[in-house]
Design a protein around this ligand. Sequence first.
Ligand code: SAH
Length: 464
Amino acid sequence: MDYFPLFFKLDGRKALLVGGGDVALRKARLLCRAGAQVDLLAEQSLPEVTALCKQSGGQLLVQPWSEAAVNLNEYVLVVAATDDEAVNQELSVLCQQRNLPVNVVDNPELCTVITPAIIDRSPLMIAVASGGQAPVLARKVKSLIETLIPGSYGKLAQFAAGFRDRIKQGVPDMELRRRFWENCLTGDIAEKVLAGNEEQAEQQLLADLAQQKVERGGEVYLVGAGPGDPDLLTFKALRLMQKAEVVLYDRLVTQPILDMVRKDADFIYVGKQRAEHAVPQKRINEMLLEYAQQGKRVLRLKGGDPFIFGRGAEEIELLSEHNVAFQVVPGITAASGCASYAGIPLTHRDFSQSVRFITGHVKDGVLDFRWKEFVEDSQTLVFYMGLTGLAQICSKLIEHGKDAQTPAALVERGTQPDQRVHLGCLENLQQIVEEKEVHAPTLLIIGGVVSLANKLAWYQSSAE
Ligand code: SAH
């Protein structure tokens, strides 16, 4: 994060605007909307700028910029909107010497504060900034958000503000209060406000408050987070990620996905630490139960799909025995994600009529399979957790009659920005991989379909 976002209370405080042209006009409008008293220093200024500053109670200083012209210590914010580089530069330095926030229009290097694009639904305010790096993109995002959030949301925020104190008294417990608000702001009450029917909305809110209508029960959301690219989350996953109060996650869940979970949730890491001490499965199951029984909404966030080599069933069995509510949200499993992003169709009329998902986890140094079943030609084999056992998998398949030239791919960090795809065949894949520094997680795909990767690969990773 290059900038710390915050909202600045300017109401009744003094700001200095230097410059009186079109750019200054934009800034003057904003400063005045925020209630600032704006002093204007400019040799010449547009009549509208002058009028705005006058209305705000500010002084008009019709003169060229000089340090002696103003007492900078009087201001809480300075905005330089001149086209004179030297003036902008000098103002920036003087302000920085005083730790006075300064914004130099269209010159991020001279700024200590920047102004974002805003979506104003006062008192609800949404700001979008790109740190001056991509203003056009920021404006594009702003217009997208504009279309998503009806103008009437301002009304909703005002309505909510009017009941803050009463709800605070009526529902003193913070967690329950937050739920009460969520119900109000996403359900019927909000719909009524948005439809302009504030009276009915108020009646319902007061009735709900009198009855203390708050969902109290805990619940567990067992959610598949997919293979790493946050765009591959489902809408349902995202919605529950925004609702959860406690999150238990493991190693496969990537940071960009964690960033999409509600910020004030408690995050608990239960995956393997560097020293390989994972929280034991039994303990994870118990933790889910304990938090839910405390009335919390618990998100169990797992890589890929929770029901594919994810021990998802074990985690909800205990909940089911204790009658704790839960939901399971499927995710894109590594096989689908890696195959798509490597350009390998898992089935294809000419190569493969079925797919097997196999765990390649090596127990006590051996892989115990009915290998004969795997050597049929018309199938695709996908090994999860197959890196350690790679050499063994390939040689066993050859030993049981699979062609040594069968195409094979190891997809490393599939769907992630640094995805790498190592292509070879049963005979040489181990050697190809040994020559590279490979990072977990990796997925092994074997079968004729792998030969299509050369033609169908489309994903531009930063690692290749
Ligand atoms: N429930 C998960 C699988 C968990 S087992 C799912 O449905 O995807 C963990 C294994 O999944 C890893 O050892 C690796 O083989 C595979 N895996 C998960 N994410 C992956 C990724 N982004 N790239 C490659 N393999 C991945």
